[in-house]
Ligand binder design. Structure first.
Ligand SMILES: NC(=O)c1ccc[n+]([C@@H]2O[C@H](COP(=O)([O-])OP(=O)(O)OC[C@H]3O[C@@H](n4cnc5c(N)ncnc54)[C@H](O)[C@@H]3O)[C@@H](O)[C@H]2O)c1
Length: 374
């Protein structure tokens, strides 16, 4: 088995999720390529060294430019806030690295397009981390749709709800600042719902939307006695029309008290419906109009049988459920398989650009109160 040296840029929330994925992919799968957790990069030497030791990286570094220039690095994995994705990804592509980047791909369509152009020009493998595509229940929804079991799709209803900044005392962290995050609930979590909509239903042709910022000022993290302006949306609600005629709604908010990471979708077609909720991610709700009348109704399919569901052979005997972190392991597994085969996996930077265009259209629609073509 060949080895591939990975550099991870960033090491907080997603850094931990991706580190875990590289560890697990080696342990559970037999990929053609095995990742070597070579270098972890942060900004604070002491903290990144401690994180590298804890998370299992061979080395720690503090300047991503040095890391990207290293000849022995094959994959550059970017888990920093959105304002640095473009610069790091383009430098990594130019240096001939495989580029794996967290969502949203960038903070603007222009940056996303530049990133796509850079990876295409360099001819390197690229992938964006929309990890929820790799939940086995989501893959089952995709399979049922592709097999025609759901029929012609009429509706997609994507909902992503959180509640972490409802308290106005929550400081003005980078996710609440446009220059760092690009947008708020929109780019952070609606991006996942719209990516799932594109994955399951198809391309989005036009949108109309509303955005709202409920708490307009917050304490500054560096000086809590002072306040700064929140420059992103707390909530977004969009109506979307797919190219195939399906109608969709995509709602994302960080102000749904009690909802922690409620990522749900429902697809309704002419022959049936499917519904998924990340909080019960081992199940897919399925309704088939072809079921006999007396037993017709939504039923929960436990998506844990290795014989029927992708990725599950890597884990436990049937019924022994998996969790959030496994979606990242599956994504990294598919990335490594693609690198071994020298092909570009999905979702990739082309998906990242398409998603970014939908996000931009939603912002434009919210500002103009009109329908906007993507
Ligand atoms: N796929 C998902 O479900 C998912 C979930 C959460 C976050 N994300 C995405 O992951 C990215 C990071 O989010 P997070 O929640 O991990 O943020 P975070 O604030 O927890 O971590 C960001 C990390 O980036 C580091 N960093 C920032 N600038 C850097 C630089 N110039 N050089 C090196 N390190 C730098 C910070 O030190 C920190 O370690 C964002 O793009 C976010 O949208 C994706």
């Amino acid at each position: 088995m060949a080895h591939v040296n990975v550099a991870l840029i960033g090491y907080a929330f997603m850094g931990r999720a991706h580190s875990n994925a590289y560890r697990q992919v080696s342990r559970f799968f037999s990929p053609k390529l095995s990742p070597v957790m070579k270098v972890l990069c942060g900004r604070n030497a002491k903290n990144v060294k401690a994180a590298a030791e804890q998370l299992g990286w061979e080395e720690a570094a503090t300047d991503w430019r040095d890391v990207v220039a290293r000849k022995d690095i094959h994959v550059v994995d970017i888990v920093t806030p959105g304002d640095s994705h473009a610069e790091i990804a383009m430098a990594a592509a130019k240096a001939g690295k495989v580029v794996f980047c967290e969502k949203p791909l960038a903070n603007t369509v222009r940056e996303a397009e530049q990133m796509l152009a850079a990876v295409q020009k360099a001819g390197v493998v690229h992938m964006i981390c929309h990890n929820y595509r790799r939940a086995p229940a989501v893959m089952l929804a995709k399979r049922l749709i592709e097999e025609g079991k759901i029929g012609q799709i009429y509706h997609y209803r994507g909902t992503y709800l959180q509640d972490w900044p409802v308290d106005p005392k929550v400081p003005l962290v980078w996710r609440l600042r446009k220059e760092a995050a690009g947008s708020g609930a929109l780019g952070d979590i609606a991006s996942h719902s719209l990516d799932l909509g594109r994955f399951l239903v198809g391309e989005i042709a036009e949108v109309t939307a509303a955005l709202e910022t409920f708490v307009k000022e917050r304490p500054l993290p560096e000086d809590p006695k002072k306040k700064g302006q929140v420059t992103v949306d707390d909530a977004s609600a969009a109506v979307v029309r797919f190219e195939n005629g399906a109608l969709g709604t995509i709602e994302a908010t960080r102000f749904a008290l009690g909802r922690k990471n409620y990522n749900r979708f429902e697809v309704n077609g002419s022959k049936g419906s499917v519904a998924f909720n990340l909080e019960r991610m081992n199940e897919l709700e399925v309704f088939l109009a072809s079921d006999a009348g007396p037993v017709q109704g939504f039923h929960n399919v436990m998506v844990t049988e290795a014989a029927h569901h992708p990725y599950m052979k890597a884990w436990w005997p049937a019924g022994h459920i998996i969790g959030y972190e496994h979606t990242f392991t599956h994504t990294v597994y598919d990335l490594l398989e693609a690198v071994a085969a020298d092909r570009v996996p999905t979702p990739n930077f082309e998906d990242g650009v398409r998603n970014q265009k939908v996000l931009a259209a939603m912002e434009k629609a919210a500002a103009s109160k009109k329908w906007v073509r993507v």
